[in-house]
Design a protein around this ligand. Sequence first.
Ligand code: DP6
Length: 338
Amino acid sequence: MYRCKATCRAHANIAFVKYWGVVDSNLNLPANGSLSMTLSHAHSTTTVAWMDGSPTGEADILVIDGKEQSGSAHRRTVSLLDRIRTAMGIHWPAHVESRNSFPASAGIASSASGFCALTVAACQALAAGGRRDIPNRLHQARLARRASGSACRSFQGGFVEWSAGVDDTTSVACQVAGPDHWPLHDVVAVLDADPKSVSSHDGHRLAATSPLQEERVRQVQSHLNTARAAIRARDLKSLGEISERDAMLMHAVMMSSEPPLLFLNEGSVALMRQIRDWRLQEGLEVYFTVDAGPNLHVLCNEANVGEVSHRLARWPSVQDILVNGPGPAPELRNSHFF
Ligand code: DP6
């Protein structure tokens, strides 16, 4: 019944300079470039098996963290599998099982790690079945990008820049520095475990309705230059300041789009103020960034991880913390889920 299978583990990532807005929603070309760190302890492990059987989309089975999926996760997966089927000239349905190392509610997007692992495993399964002509990793990253933009950054370990590009082949992510370059840490402070009401996938389509979006896109190029230089120089002050600025500008766009999107809650704002106080009043080198949700990603050097984790864990509205350093590129696994 299974023709061939493979398993891949891919890691999520946190952007210091954010991707927000799309200029081509079919190709998923972003309005601007972005720059991220792949996360060591937030990963998705995915087994893909190609099966005998009918070629219709409904035949694809998707199980995430033990639950069979229908709805949008299934639809997005089928679209990606369809692109792989077309590229490879096959008509087989797939059985996909994925497990995340972090809770779905941890404020870390599982779409980046999930779609990266899915693409690598789906292609590798075909290689295991004898195909010699599978897409290379660069091509795989382009396929994954069309399912979830941030997924293309998870194809590299360490620090990664995704150039917006002008078409499918030029919108690609490249490594700026490997995982061993700088043990920067991201301590995720979980403030709200409920699923968000608007996905980033839908939010990207609203960015252009904000009067601030054009100005943000104009400024991003200089944010990218600053962040890239800061990473190369292992300069937390410069990276932290530009990350806070870029996140605030993205949230200003979100709040001023039509309809407005307000992802931050009272706890997020209170903790942002506290982080600034720790830095400015007490000299603790700590900065934040925040994605399309209320949970804060707190950036610090390795020497301060213990202190920062301790303070965050005791902060009244923090429900959980998750500590990450720079993580690796996707890895193939020898054991499968089924
Ligand atoms: C705010 O990659 O989740 O986290 O391409 O529609 O899947 P889709 O969106 P996604 O957007 C991520 C948005 C962000 C910023 C970032 O990670 O750069």
